[in-house]
Each structure stands twice: as structure tokens, then as C-alpha cells.
Design a protein around this ligand. Structure first.
Ligand code: NAG
Ligand code: NAG
Ligand code: NAG
Ligand code: NAG
Length: 946
């Protein structure tokens, strides 16, 4: 098959995208559940809103009052009539009123028992004696002060009428007019509106404030018509006008009379006070004191009306009287509200609790994305993809785009569900602001996941930590942040500091949406629009999110570079100095060592010379060249630095399979990790098809295949999907790809019986192994590393696998590690025995056996008394024999080939059999295993002393 060449960025991105889509298709259940979460939360909010509507918004108290006119036999109402006349003063607020009633203006008067009297705490000569409290006849005190006492005296003399003047036969219109000649007061507190004045509508009597009263001076009358008709009674109350020398004294009386201001616990309230200032015939300037405590306006309750206009009218009439005589009067006849439509109580509770819920909804993506990233890291899938040519660029781009589309889909679902079921939170705020806000935030969230995924190495910890983060952030947001936002004394600067924490900026944005939705719904207007943008603190939230998103991306990129490619934390500073020319230096500084090696290991020395020659020629004829590759692990926990690889020089041409044998811990895996770019060599370098593994690893990866020691597969993807993905990474396309995948499946015996289409998680260990090998070979890579490819395979599969590898070898350089001598002998053209960090010998299996196997191995088992006889027998046959093994009657000897003739051995054994019992015996030529054991032993000994 033709070499497809390196895959382009788009091809690789496409491969990853298709793989991710298949992966998600497998996880469709999880995804549907994820998308259902917003749906259920919206339904939950809807349910809360419905209950709230039934209990509060539509409660009888919160709508216009009604009365039943027709009832059936069961006593149920069939027909009812509603209106202000059937309403309490709370209900009147909601009634439709086309023509509002007129109410006489009333003054606010303290109730008789709290009117100011002369007491020990408030000794005041002008005030009445305390005894009036018992009879309930205490006067309403009105204080005066000003610059001109004589003018003041004439003014307050004119203030109050001396008797009641009402024409009882008048109809309502004239009644109001005649009532206007009197000064009326009430002790009932006013409401939010004056559609139904509680002073008239309550059954308390109305005070007629006069300058003097005779006992039980009351005057009954009726007010209004039809159902709004009230039987009232004007009750005479004396008004007491007192002069004080200056406003400070007036203040003093008012202050001491205040309910909490006096230690006797009694209130001494005055009705009102006037400061006439510099009033004379040409100027009329007045200050008026009035009590507004009952007004009690606050954030959540609008303030009630104040009964102040009457006070102004009163003093104006007194002044007119002073100027023009008794005939002139401004009549203040009535007060009346504007007409209005019926209204409802519309509290949108869902908008108030929405921010907490929607914070959770949006944050819930965080654990999902994070664990998916950490999973690929934990299972080392990211690395294996990288080794097969998936660069960081496509990986980042596709992962980002992929998580972004999931997130967008998720919050768009949230907005659609929410709007569809009628949540005001979504409905009345501008959709474009909402979309932009969620869009920016999910971007920030994905960038944060990338950043944090480098901290976590276990999916479990990351999942637990991120769920805690989600719930804590929502709760702290709604209990602390919201409290602080609503506390107007808390500084805005600190709130912005808090919003720097991403979940809080999310919370703040949702909170603003909620507030605007709530207010808009209450007043029947729209929610947030772009014009409200800066007023609503949304601008700062947007800026914070955008800036943090940007920073998080940079930080994530930076950390990923350090972690994934093992670069120096300051790589961007050093990059300009880094290219030191000594990188390809001829390796001369090891000459002292070379002398020793030359004598011991001519084959290794020869390889070193070959590598040096190749390096000088800059030849690319060999697919893999390692030039004195070393790896030293720095000292840790007080242990000395560990030399894992002590300098390997090796050249493997294309078409060769090089087998690496060696005991566990010899450094084979470190060597492979360096060649595959997982580890950075401490010194020395490797060239793969002329490309340096220190600098051009990304290019090397495009023509490399790796079969790692542990299978790195996606549990839910099938074997075929794995091969399709890696095939695409190797730039196979269309029918070539299909064909290559099929061939590959067949060759590793995974094609038949539907195995190829089962998820890899269900494969047996051997099947996974074969799939891993198939993956490493797909797309005809030029260089393949296999770390113990046949471990765990049954003999049949193993033979099958060997055939595959042997076939693949034709135009590929393969480096293979194994513990099976049989495999090494079968597959490898050359072998290197790797002991304690360095190669002890290199050669093809036959040569090695010849070189190290210069002896036969003789084994004999007898009873233990006869062991001495056996030794003697061997001594006779071969004086230089060595005993290499001895246990319970069984002994093994090595007989140098040059002193032994096989026939002699047989004769000696036959002779021995007649003199003592031989249970078993054998003579064998050396095997590769013997070579291995021997080399490994001498190598270790050598390195210990060197
Ligand atoms: C005080 O008012 C009276 C009555 O208007 C006037 O006659 C008198 O001149 C005023 N006194 C002063 C000091 O302005
Ligand atoms: C009372 O009202 C009636 C009808 O408006 C009128 O004729 C009569 O003169 C009034 N009486 C007084 C004392 O104003
Ligand atoms: C007010 O001033 C007058 C004269 O200036 C004085 O006699 C009187 O005691 C003062 N009243 C008070 C309550 O201080
Ligand atoms: C103002 O009115 C409130 C409520 O009616 C009353 O408790 C308080 O004592 C009054 N304050 C003064 C200074 O009269």
C-alpha cells in the first residue's frame, strides 16, 4: 500500500471528532440524563410557583373582595359580585375603580391616651394635667414658634373653629363642602392608597378639633351612598395651641414626648407643630413638624400615605384670616385617587429562588467535563493518541469545540424548557443577553476544566471535589453573596472582588436576571434589556468572565505544555538560548569508559562505532538511531540519583526487528519511554528517520506506532472504532481505511464472530492485547515500539500475532521488548541484552548462542548419597566443568565444548548406571535462555564494580 503521508491538522481533528461522537453515542443514556436535569429543575420551579400562586398570589386577601348574591341549596355560591364596596382596605388595592370615591381630608391625631400631658419627665406649664387621661378628654396639642410672637398669637387664634358647622340635610357633595369648614382628625393610620380611607371606613369616630368642647359634644352623620355608606360620628376634641420661644424648645417637647424617649414608658405626643419663622404681612414662611413614624417604608414594603396636606391648609387659612378677615377661606374639600384597573398580586417566586437552581444547573457541567478530561489522562489515552500522531493542536481544538457544543446544547435546552413552561426568569429578560451570558460563562468553565484537569490525576478525586465545589458554590452564592449584594452598606468594590470567583460571577448574573424578572413581572413591564446592561452590574460580570476566560486559557495551555511534553516551566524564556550546538556532538567524552567496554563487549563497541559513523554522515538510512542515550532520575526522598539508562547507542534499519531482552528493572521501559517522547533523555539523543526526538517529536509521531505494556483502550468503543480512529490519524481515507481496518482485524483474529463490533471493555485480556498490536501497526508506521506484545496470549493467538508482526516488519523498524526467548528467537533479527541500564551484547540469536553458549549443560538426578560419585564422573569427562545448580540430588554442570566429546559422556553415564542408581539425566546444547541468564549475571556483576 502506498504511503499515505502525514495527516493534516484537519484530518486529525476530523478523526478525533468522529471518535468523540461515537463515544458520546455510546453514552447517550448519560447524556440524556444530563440534559434532563435542567428540565426537571424547571418543572420543580414551576411546581413551587403554582403552589405559591394558589396560596399567596391568588389568595382572597390578595384580590378584590367579593360577595355572594345567589347561592344554591348546598350553600355554594353561584353568582357573586365584586368591588371595592365588598373589600377590606387591603383588598381595595386590587379592585377595578373607574370612579374613585372622594374622602374628606383628615389630620393624623394621636389617640387620647397618648396625647401630651404635663408629667415629671415633661414638665411643661402649658400642657394639661395628667388627670385628663382618665376621662379621655386630653386635648390635641399644636405648638407654634416664630420670630414675632404677637403675629403668632393672632395666627393660632384663627386656627380652629369654635363649634361644629355641618348642614345635616346636605347630600354627599354638599356634605363634603360643609365638612371642609371643620378641622377633622383620625387616629387610624393611612394605607398605601386612598381608594378606601380607613379613617372613614373603620368604625372609629372622627375627631372634630375645636378650640373648645362641651362634654359629650358629638355629632352623628352618614357619609357616602349605597354600599359605601358609613354611619359616622363627629366627636369634639379640644385643640390646644401653645407658643414656644424658639424651635429648639419645640424640638425638646417633641423629643421628650416620644414613646421610648421617656423613662416612664409613656408617650406624650403632640398633634403637629408650626415654626412661623419670619412671617409678616408680606411673607408667609412656615416649617411644619409632623409624625411620619407610621409610614414605615422599606425596601420590601412601599410607604403609606401621609396626612400632611390638611396641616398646610390649616395654617394657610389662619394666615388668610389674619390678612383678610374671617370671610376669606381656601376650602380643602376632598382627596381622591386616580381611576385604576383591576390588579393582581404578582410575586414571581421562581425568579427569586431561580438563581440558586440555575447556578447549580450551569455548574453541573463542570464535573462532567472535568472527569472526562481526567479520564483520558488517568487512562493515558491522551498520551497514546499523541503517540499515534494526534498533536496538541487538534486535541485542544476538538475537545474544546466538543465541550462547548455540549454546553451550548445544554443551556439552550434550559432556556427553551424554562420559557416553554412559562418561567418569567427566561421569558421576560432579553434572550440575547441571556444567551451571551451563558455562552461566555460556559467558555470560562471549559477553560477552567482544562486548567484544573492538570491538577487531578484520578477521576474519583476530581469528581468528588468538583461536586462539592458545585453545591458549595451555589449555597454560598445564595446565602452570602446575595445577602451582601442586598446590603447597600457593603462596598461595591468587595462585591467585585468576590465576583472574581467564577461561580460567584455566574451567581451574580443569574441574580440580576432574577431581580429584573421579578420586578418586571410585578409591575407588568419587561425584564432586563441591553439598555439596562450597565445599570444592572451585568457589565462588570461580563468583563470579569471574559478576562478570566482568557487568563484561564493561557494558564491551561502553559501548564499543559509543561506537563505533557515535560518542558521546563520557563520554556518560553529559554527557547531562544536553548539550541546548544553540542546536541549532536560526537560522543568522545566517554573514551575512558570505552577502553573497558572494547575488551569486554566487541559487539556493543561495534554498534557504537556504527552509530558514530551514521551521526557524522547525517545518514537517514537507518530508521532508528540512538546516540548514547542516558537517563538519570534525580535523587528523591534521600535516595541517590538512579541511573536508569547508562548510555545506549543503537541503530535499527527499516525492515529489522530488534529485540530487547533484559531482567525486570533493567531500564527497557525507560528506554522505550524516551524513544516515544514520554521522558526527556538526560543526555544523548535519538533520531527517528533523521528527526530528533528532543525537538521534533511531533513529526516523529506521525509515522510511529506504539503498543504499550498496558492496553490503553476506551471501554465503550469497539475494536473496529479504535482502528478507524487510529487509521484516520495515520491519514488513511475512504476505501483504503476500510480495507486497512478489515485486514488488520483479520490478521489479529478479531474479525469473525462479531468480535470487532463489541466494546473493548468486554474483551478478554488476550483480545485487548491483539487489538493493541493491531493499533500499533495500522497505517504502516515506519517505526513501531512494542512493549511485551504477547503477554497473556494463548499459544495459538501468539503464533498468529507473530505472523502479523513478521509480515509488518518488511518496511518498518520494530523495537520489541519481551521476556519470551521463543518470541525473541522467532521474531527478531537482532537481539540486545539489556542489563542494569546498558546493553551487554548485540547480535542475532544464532551468533549469541554461539558466542555465549560455548558449553553443554549436563543434568543428572540421583539419590543424595551418590552426589559425590556424579561429581567425580564429571571430573573425569571434563576437568574444567562448573557446577551451576544443585538441589536435593539434582545437579547441573556446564561442560566446555572444546574438552568434551558427546560419545564420551554417554559411555561414562552407561558405566555410572551400573555402579549406582541414576533417576534421570540429560545433556543439552545451550539455549537462548542460558545465554540470557549468563549475560544478565555477568552484566550485573560488571556494573556493580564499574
Ligand atoms: C409683629 O407683628 C405685628 C402684627 O402684624 C406687627 O404689628 C409688629 O410690627 C411685628 N413686630 C415685629 C418686631 O416685626
Ligand atoms: C343647609 O342646606 C340646605 C340645602 O342645601 C340649604 O337650603 C340651607 O340653607 C342650609 N343651611 C345652612 C344653615 O347653611
Ligand atoms: C420665653 O421668653 C419670655 C420672654 O422672653 C420668657 O419670659 C419666658 O419664660 C420664656 N419661656 C420659656 C418657656 O422659656
Ligand atoms: C409618632 O407616631 C407613632 C405611631 O403612631 C407613635 O408611636 C410615636 O410616639 C409618634 N412620635 C411622636 C414624636 O409623637
Amino acid at each position: 500500500m502506498a504511503d499515505p503521508g502525514a495527516a493534516s491538522f484537519l484530518t486529525r481533528a476530523n478523526a478525533l471528532l468522529r471518535k468523540n461522537l461515537t463515544y458520546q453515542k455510546r453514552n447517550i443514556g448519560t447524556n440524556v440524563r444530563l440534559i434532563m436535569i435542567p428540565f426537571f429543575l424547571c418543572l420543580f420551579l414551576l411546581a413551587i410557583q403554582i403552589v405559591f400562586d394558589a396560596l399567596i398570589n391568588n389568595a382572597d386577601d390578595n384580590r378584590c373582595g367579593c360577595q355572594c348574591i345567589v347561592t344554591n341549596q348546598n350553600g355554594n355560591c353561584i353568582n357573586k359580585t365584586c368591588g371595592i364596596e365588598y373589600s377590606s382596605s387591603d383588598q381595595a388595592f386590587f379592585c377595578p375603580i373607574s370612579s374613585p370615591p372622594r374622602w374628606p381630608p383628615l389630620l393624623q391625631v394621636p389617640p387620647p391616651e397618648s396625647r401630651a400631658v404635663n408629667s415629671t419627665f415633661l414638665p411643661d406649664i402649658g400642657l394639661p394635667n395628667e388627670s385628663c387621661r382618665r376621662t379621655g378628654t386630653c386635648p390635641v396639642t399644636i405648638l407654634f414658634t416664630g420670630n414675632n410672637r404677637s403675629l403668632g398669637a393672632s395666627l393660632y387664634g384663627n386656627l380652629l373653629p369654635s363649634s361644629v358647622t355641618v348642614n345635616i340635610s346636605d347630600n354627599s357633595e354638599h356634605l363634603l363642602q360643609s365638612l371642609a369648614y371643620n378641622v377633622l382628625g383620625t387616629e387610624t393610620e393611612p394605607e398605601l392608597t386612598n381608594y378606601l380611607d380607613p379613617g372613614i371606613a373603620s368604625n372609629l369616630s372622627i375627631y372634630n378639633i375645636q378650640s373648645g368642647c362641651s362634654p359629650n359634644d358629638t355629632f352623628p352623620f352618614s357619609f357616602g351612598q349605597d354600599r359605601l355608606k358609613f354611619q359616622k360620628e363627629l366627636r369634639c376634641t379640644q385643640g390646644l395651641n401653645l407658643w414656644r420661644n424658639n424651635s429648639k424648645e419645640v424640638n425638646d417637647v417633641i423629643f421628650k414626648g416620644y414613646r421610648k424617649g421617656n423613662p416612664e414608658g409613656k408617650t406624650n405626643e403632640i398633634g403637629a407643630a408650626y415654626d412661623l419663622l419670619n412671617t409678616d404681612r408680606n411673607n408667609f414662611n412656615v416649617h411644619i413638624w409632623y409624625n411620619s413614624t407610621y409610614r414605615e417604608g422599606s425596601d420590601d414594603r412601599p410607604s403609606t400615605l401621609l396626612r400632611v396636606p390638611g396641616l398646610v391648609n390649616l395654617v394657610s387659612n389662619a394666615y388668610l384670616h389674619f390678612l383678610q378677615g374671617p370671610g376669606t377661606k381656601i376650602l380643602f374639600e376632598y382627596v381622591k385617587e386616580v381611576p385604576k384597573l383591576e390588579s393582581r398580586l404578582r410575586l414571581d417566586i421562581a425568579s427569586l429562588i431561580g438563581p440558586l437552581f440555575f447556578t447549580w444547573v450551569i455548574l453541573l457541567l463542570f464535573p462532567v467535563i472535568l472527569s472526562s478530561l481526567v479520564y483520558e489522562k488517568q487512562e493515558r489515552l491522551r498520551i497514546i493518541m499523541k503517540m499515534h500522531g494526534l498533536g496538541d493542536g487538534p486535541y485542544w481544538m476538538i475537545s474544546y469545540a466538543y465541550f462547548l457544543s455540549i454546553s451550548v446544547l445544554y443551556f439552550v435546552c434550559l432556556m427553551i424548557f424554562g420559557s416553554a413552561i412559562g418561567l418569567k426568569f427566561f421569558r421576560i429578560n432579553d434572550y440575547s443577553i441571556q444567551f451571551t451570558f451563558y455562552f461566555l460563562y460556559v467558555n470560562l468553565q471549559i477553560a477552567l476544566c482544562f486548567l484544573l484537569s492538570s491538577i487531578f490525576s484520578k477521576v474519583k478525586t476530581s469528581t468528588v471535589a468538583s461536586y462539592i465545589y458545585v453545591f458549595a458554590a451555589g449555597l454560598v452564592g445564595s446565602f452570602l453573596l446575595q445577602f451582601l449584594i442586598e446590603d447597600s452598606s457593603f462596598s461595591r468594590g468587595w462585591i467585585i472582588v468576590l465576583e472574581l470567583l467564577p461561580p460567584f460571577s455566574l451567581y451574580r448574573g443569574l441574580y440580576e436576571f432574577g431581580e429584573y424578572a421579578f420586578q418586571g413581572n410585578l409591575s407588568g413591564t419587561d425584564g432586563m434589556k441591553w439598555k439596562d446592561f450597565s445599570e444592572s452590574a451585568m457589565d462588570e460580570v461580563f468583563i470579569i468572565i471574559i478576562v478570566e476566560w482568557f487568563l484561564a486559557l493561557i494558564a491551561a495551555y502553559y501548564i499543559d505544555k509543561i506537563v505533557s511534553s515535560g518542558k521546563d516551566p520557563l520554556f518560553f524564556l529559554k527557547s531562544s538560548f536553548k539550541k546548544s550546538p553540542s546536541l549532536r556532538r560526537p560522543s568522545l567524552q566517554r573514551q575512558g569508559f570505552k577502553v573497558v567496554v572494547e575488551m569486554e563487549k566487541p559487539d556493543v563497541t561495534q554498534e557504537i562505532e556504527k552509530v558514530e559513523q551514521l551521526m557524522l554522515e547525517q545518514s537517514t538510512s537507518h530508521a532508528i538511531i540512538c546516540d548514547n542515550l542516558k537517563k538519570v532520575y534525580p535523587s528523591r526522598d534521600g535516595n541517590p540519583p538512579k541511573l536508569a539508562v547508562r548510555g545506549i547507542s543503537l541503530a535499527v534499519p527499516s525492515g529489522e526487528c530488534f529485540g530487547m531482552l533484559g531482567p525486570n528493572g533493567a531500564g527497557k521501559t525507560s528506554f522505550i519511554n524516551m524513544m516515544t517522547g514520554l521522558l526527556k533523555p538526560t543526555s544523548g539523543t535519538g533520531l527517528v528517520r533523521g528527526l530528533d526526538i528532543c525537538n521534533d517529536m511531533d513529526k516523529v509521531y506521525t509515522s510511529m506506532g506504539v503498543c504499550p505494556q498496558h492496553d490503553l483502550l476506551w471501554e465503550t468503543l469497539t475494536g473496529r472504532e479504535h482502528l478507524l480512529f487510529y487509521g484516520r490519524l495515520k491519514n488513511l481515507k475512504g476505501s483504503n481505511l476500510i480495507q486497512a481496518v478489515e485486514e488488520s482485524l483479520k490478521s489479529v483474529n478479531l474479525f469473525h464472530g462479531g468480535v470487532a463490533d463489541k466494546p473493548a471493555g468486554k474483551y478478554s485480556g488476550g483480545m485487548k492485547r491483539r487489538l493493541s498490536v493491531a493499533i500499533s501497526l495500522i497505517g504502516n508506521p515506519k517505526v513501531v515500539y512494542m512493549d511485551e506484545p504477547s503477554t497473556g496470549l494463548d499459544p495459538a493467538s501468539r503464533n498468529n500475532l507473530w505472523t502479523v508482526i513478521k509480515r509488518a516488519k518488511q518496511n518498518t523498524a520494530i523495537i520489541l521488548t519481551t521476556h519470551s526467548m521463543e518470541e525473541a528467537e522467532f521474531l527478531c533479527d537482532r537481539l540486545g541484552i539489556f542489563v542494569d541500564g546498558s546493553l551487554q551484547c548485540i547480535g542475532n540469536p544464532k551468533e549469541l548462542k554461539g558466542r555465549y553458549g560455548g558449553s553443554y549443560v549436563f543434568t543428572m538426578t540421583t539419590s543424595s548419597e551418590n552426589e559425590g560419585d556424579v561429581e567425580k564422573l564429571i571430573q573425569d569427562v571434563s576437568p574444567n566443568a562448573k557446577k551451576i545448580y544443585h538441589i536435593a540430588g539434582t545437579q547441573k554442570f556446564e561442560l566446555p565444548k572444546e574438552e568434551v566429546r558427546i560419545s564420551e559422556v554417554f559411555q561414562a553415564v552407561e558405566k555410572a548406571k551400573s555402579s549406582f542408581t541414576v533417576f534421570a539425566w540429560g545433556l543439552a546444547d545451550t539455549t537462548l535462555e542460558d545465554v540470557f541468564i549468563k549475560v544478565a549475571r555477568t552484566g550485573q556483576a560488571f556494573n556493580v564494580f564499574s
